[in-house]
Ligand binder design. Structure first.
Ligand code: SF4
Length: 422
């Protein structure tokens, strides 16, 4: 049974599965755990001794914080929570302690409780979600009914006088629009709390993995099944392009988000990275060392290209250019960066936590991407660059970088007749 589990440099403590709410967005309905936590459903509530033992066995000197947060409301076990927090403070003086709570501690205990956290807890993170009591009832569905929202605010106001930091949290757009965030921010200012807007994280459903893999799988299957002609390439591009559009639409729909115009920084980074990778891809061809060691086979011995407009016509050449510049660039970014890089880190790969840099996932995803190409070294450098762009600016920027590289490469091929790049 998982009592303590680590995420980054924080140790999370899962001390109960009880909760007086049934929030519509509760992570507990998505699966048995969070990331690599293991199942957070408890066989029974751990004793204070068992909690201490679990903390000791997970402790390491690089921990920066301990957080009471699991598959339940920690203040349901207020006495055990306070006893454990006190023990943490005595055992590791200076270790910050945070409690993630729904703020209904007073109603759960049937008495005022804020004062009890004094000296034991550094931060109370309270999930407030809205400024509207009726909406709170609808989305958090507390068993206490209409008493819940006023009690939450009263607890937060009292707590702000007893603990160093009270943070009220809401989920960002599209769940909480900007005007509502501003109204909640005013409530926070009035009661002495700070507002934290948590990024919206679309839930990861099993079918999302299929949507992320299907365009690339379609492309690869058709590559093996169809002959290598310009017409086949056009058919492959059209089929994989149709699957790609359907899957991107399904992913947006499943995440509850709408496509938005990318920011200027994403455009700039994507274009600069794409041009740099194109230059890196082409220039080493002039090096004998590169030709000798970095290219598997001998692409220059391939003979006349079926994609030369003089052979296939400009229409099929344009289909070839769009297929490599748009369709496969998007399908590969969707598979290698958006899915594989994140899935190697977490089962719930759509979580924002999988956007951070992870060396193991980076090396695996870049390595597999490189093995798909004949110019392995150049492809590894390209994959590394696209992954870093993805981590920094997201899917659109990585796709743009890849598309720019492939389109520049296509223009270079037709301008110079170096068909071995295709
Ligand atoms: S308060 Fe937390 S644990 Fe309880 S139902 Fe809501 S999200 Fe889930």
């Amino acid at each position: 049974m998982t009592v303590a589990y680590r995420i980054g440099k924080s140790l999370y403590l899962n001390i109960t599965n009880k909760c007086p709410c049934a929030c519509t967005f509760c992570l507990r309905s998505n699966g048995p755990g969070i990331g690599g936590s293991g199942s957070l459903w408890l066989e029974r509530e751990p004793t204070a001794d068992e909690i201490r033992e679990s903390i000791r066995s997970h402790f390491s000197s690089d921990l920066r914080e301990m957080v009471f947060c699991g598959y339940g409301e920690p203040t349901e076990r207020l006495d055990t929570l306070l006893e454990t927090a006190d023990w943490i403070k005595r055992t590791w003086p200076g270790m910050p302690v945070r409690v993630n709570t729904n703020g209904l501690s007073d109603l759960i205990a049937g008495r005022p409780t804020a004062e009890l956290f004094k000296g034991k807890v550094d931060t109370l993170s309270i999930s407030v979600n809205t400024d509207d009591p009726a909406e709170y009832l609808a989305i958090c569905r507390p068993k206490f009914g209409e008493k819940a929202y006023p009690a939450l605010l009263a607890f937060a106001e009292s707590a702000a006088k007893c603990v160093p930091a009270v943070v009220m949290t809401v989920v960002g757009e599209p769940v909480t629009p900007k005007d509502k965030q501003e109204r909640i921010s005013k409530i926070c200012a009035r009661i002495g709390a700070r507002l934290r807007v948590r990024p919206f994280e679309p839930p990861t459903r099993k079918r999302d993995s299929a949507f992320a893999v299907a365009p690339y799988a379609t492309w690869m299957a058709m590559m093996f099944l169809l002959p290598h002609t310009a017409l086949s390439y056009a058919v492959r591009s059209a089929a994989a392009g149709a699957v790609l559009c359907a899957c991107l639409f399904a992913l947006f729909k499943s995440g509850g988000t709408k496509p938005r115009v990318p920011r200027a920084g994403a455009w700039a980074l994507g274009i600069v990275c794409g041009l740099a990778v194109a230059a890196m891809w082409i220039l080493p061809e002039y090096s004998a060392f590169y030709r000798r060691f970095m290219i598997i086979g001998d692409p220059s011995a391939a003979g006349p290209s079926p994609y030369d407009p003089a052979v296939c016509g400009w229409g099929l050449f344009a289909a070839r250019l769009l297929g490599s510049g748009i369709v496969i660039a998007a399908a590969e970014e969707l598979f290698f960066r958006h899915f594989l890089y994140r899935r190697l880190q977490r089962t719930d790969w759509r979580s924002g936590a999988a956007m951070r840099f992870d060396l193991q996932a980076f090396l695996w995803s870049v390595g597999l991407f490189a093995l798909e190409h004949d110019r392995i070294a150049a492809a590894a450098a390209a994959g590394a660059a696209y992954t870093l762009v993805y981590i920094r600016r997201g899917f659109f920027a990585a796709f743009l970088a890849h598309a720019v590289t492939n389109l520049v490469l296509g223009a270079y091929v037709v301008a110079t007749g170096m068909w071995r790049f295709w």
